[in-house]
Design a protein around this ligand. Structure first.
Ligand SMILES: Nc1ncnc2c1ncn2[C@@H]1O[C@H](COP(=O)(O)OP(=O)(O)O)[C@@H](O)[C@H]1O
Ligand SMILES: [Mg+2]
Length: 336
């Protein structure tokens, strides 16, 4: 592993493959398109690309296209001249200028309005641009990395994302897989976050093997960001592991509160939380199966678990498809 490679991008074969791509494009200015769900580590990969590139001494500038009102995006990216629009009291450079000799990271690129998509395309083709309200052209010396969690193929089919810009951006395309497709990273990541937050909050929390199993099995629809937040809560809260149980329960469908109430004295809080989590899981499972008429493949996609895990969960929760249920009911009524 080269010393430049981000230390946390080498924990699974798929992330190591990404690390290799990063090294291979290190000395090029190739535009990169990062794709993947929210929380998978796209920002981290973008920074690693910059840190490995020959531009690493230059600035790394991030613009989140979803966080800036659309009307202000053009000026944010390209700057404006004094008097370009109401409120433009003086000249202001844009992020393209700040990123000069460095890397400009355009996060959530699919949020860029069509008119700006056109302008960006021209900038990437001509390496020149004008500030808003300006006439002179400025040279661009910036490597562009764009990222999105959207399905750009669908956006293009709907006419909401320009195809020519798509091809211009994805000179190199890197797909960062969701955490559930690289579960082998979970123990290492959990340990890393545990150390980090223990140090940060002055705690000495540990993860029980049981919790580690739960972490390993969880669907992580929020990916590494969700894992990070769960561990932070475990470290910060007094009974952190219980917090995980309720978080998983609440995160699934918010029905944890629907678990039948039992006298509090008969169970420890932890047992209550665990039971609540199981009940919530069962309800979510039943609801989804009902909705997709017991199409298990579809249910596994919706619940973001493998087909095998889904089958196990169905058995664990004692759920049966309606046809068999009707059959069992009729037997019961015959014998009763
Ligand atoms: N491989 C990793 N090692 C350590 N932390 C990670 C890793 N991947 C992601 N993270 C952390 O998870 C959070 C989400 O990552 P981020 O790069 O912002 O995801 P994205 O941009 O895809 O939404 C960040 O706090 C990041 O530091
Ligand atoms: Mg991001």
């Amino acid at each position: 592993m080269s010393p430049d490679r981000a230390p946390l991008l080498d924990r699974s074969p798929r992330m190591r493959a990404i690390g290799t791509v990063i090294e291979n494009i290190a000395d090029t200015d190739a535009t990169v398109l990062l794709r993947g769900e929210s929380g998978v580590g796209k920002d981290l990969v973008a920074r690693a690309i910059h840190a490995t590139s020959s531009r690493r001494q230059g600035p790394f500038v991030k613009v989140n296209c979803a966080a800036i009102p659309q009307g202000l995006l053009e000026s944010e990216l390209f700057g404006h001249e004094k008097g370009a629009f109401t409120g433009a009291h003086r000249r202001k450079p844009g992020q393209f200028e700040y990123a000069n000799k460095g890397t400009l990271y355009l996060d959530e690129i699919a949020e860029l309005p069509l008119a700006l998509q056109a302008k960006l395309l021209h900038v990437l083709q001509d390496f020149q641009f004008a500030r808003v309200g300006g006439h002179g052209l400025l040279d661009v010396d910036t490597r562009v990395i764009a990222a999105t969690n959207r399905n750009l193929e669908e956006e293009m089919a709907r006419g909401e994302f320009r195809e020519d810009l798509y091809y211009r951006l994805n000179v190199v395309e890197i797909r960062v897989p969701p955490l559930r497709e690289r579960r082998e990273e979970i123990p290492g990541l959990a340990a890393w976050f545990l150390d980090k937050f223990n140090a940060q909050y002055g705690r000495q929390k540990q993860l029980s093997p049981e919790t580690m199993n739960r972490l390993q099995e969880h669907s992580w629809s929020g990916n590494v960001r969700e894992l990070e937040n769960v561990i932070r809560r475990m470290v910060v809260l007094t009974d952190g592991e219980q917090a995980f149980e309720s978080l998983v329960a609440g995160g699934r469908n918010g029905h944890a509160a629907a678990a039948p109430s039992v006298p509090v004295t008969s169970e420890s809080l932890r047992e209550i939380a665990r039971r609540g989590a199981r009940e919530a899981e069962r309800q979510a499972l039943a609801e989804v199966l009902e909705r997709v008429r017991w199409n298990r493949a579809e249910a596994s996609r919706i619940l973001k678990v493998s087909y095998k895990t889904l089958l196990n969960k169905i058995t664990e929760c004692g759920l049966t498809p309606p046809s068999r249920r009707a059959f069992q009911d009729s037997i019961r009524s015959l014998s009763g």
